[in-house]
Design a binder for this molecule. Structure first.
Ligand SMILES: Nc1nc2c(c(=O)[nH]1)N[C@H]1C(S)=C(S)[C@@H](COP(=O)(O)O)O[C@H]1N2
Ligand SMILES: [Mo]
Length: 213
């Protein structure tokens, strides 16, 4: 069934349910939707007012800091790494959530194995081509749903949503995933990023509404 027909069918089903006076199944979504969040079916765009244009021929991802094998990957080298797909939910601190985002790209763990962080590395500082930055504990980056995504829903990641490549960390509020990602620096000491120095939470757990401070 095509996506359009599937959506139409679901819509008809919903209308029928409504006509019958049947209310939506709240239980599943209540368990899936973190507190204080509202589900959106669109995909809002949030950035710093700049969406840098990075030609693929000039794009690089720099992996540096406390690592045994620092690396600067160009587009070809990055795409030659094992590719994964992961579908996850997306929670923005401004209270919208989006379900079932299908991301494709390179798992964080693949990059971890490539550069071999030193034992003292405990934090990762992500930077973006737009001047953005954000910090995450290394341990959280090692979850199997964390990736540097270059595709969304089977299509190349659009510039609006952070293309050519962005970080995705589904278990944390979405500001922890840098769009237009440019570098990952492995650090011994934590270093607050763009929003973290402006009062956003350092740990950003949607399930405890760990939004600010
Ligand atoms: N480089 C960069 N990454 C960023 C941001 C940004 O402004 N610049 N905004 C963050 C915030 S607050 C959110 S909610 C998500 C939004 O991603 P989207 O625009 O694809 O919805 O990107 C995050 N990553
Ligand atoms: Mo956000």
């Amino acid at each position: 069934m095509s996506k359009e027909r599937y959506i139409e069918a679901k819509q008809r089903w919903a209308e029928k349910q409504k006509a019958r006076g049947v209310t939506a199944r709240a239980t599943a979504s209540r368990e899936r939707l973190p507190p204080g969040q509202k589900l959106t079916t669109g995909f809002p765009v949030l950035d710093l007012g700049v969406q840098p244009e990075i030609p693929l021929a000039q794009w690089t991802l720099t992996l540096s800091g406390l690592v045994t094998k620092p690396a600067v990957l160009d587009w070809a080298a990055f795409n030659a790494l094992p590719q994964v797909e992961d579908t996850s939910d997306f929670h923005c601190v401004t209270t919208w959530s989006k379900y079932d985002c299908r991301w494709g790209g390179v798992a964080f763990t693949t990059l971890y194995e490539l550069v071999q962080p030193k034992p003292e590395a405990r934090f990762v500082y992500f930077t973006g081509y737009d001047g953005y930055s954000t910090n995450v504990a290394l341990e959280q980056c090692l979850d199997d749903d964390v990736l540097i995504a270059t595709s969304f829903d089977g299509q190349p990641l659009s510039r609006a949503h952070g293309g050519p490549a962005r970080a995705i960390l589904p278990k944390l509020y979405a500001w922890k995933g840098s769009k237009f990602v440019r570098g990952l620096t492995f650090l011994a000491e934590d270093k607050p990023g763009f929003w973290e120095v402006r009062g956003y939470s350092n740990t950003a757990d949607p399930w405890t509404e760990d939004r600010y401070g």
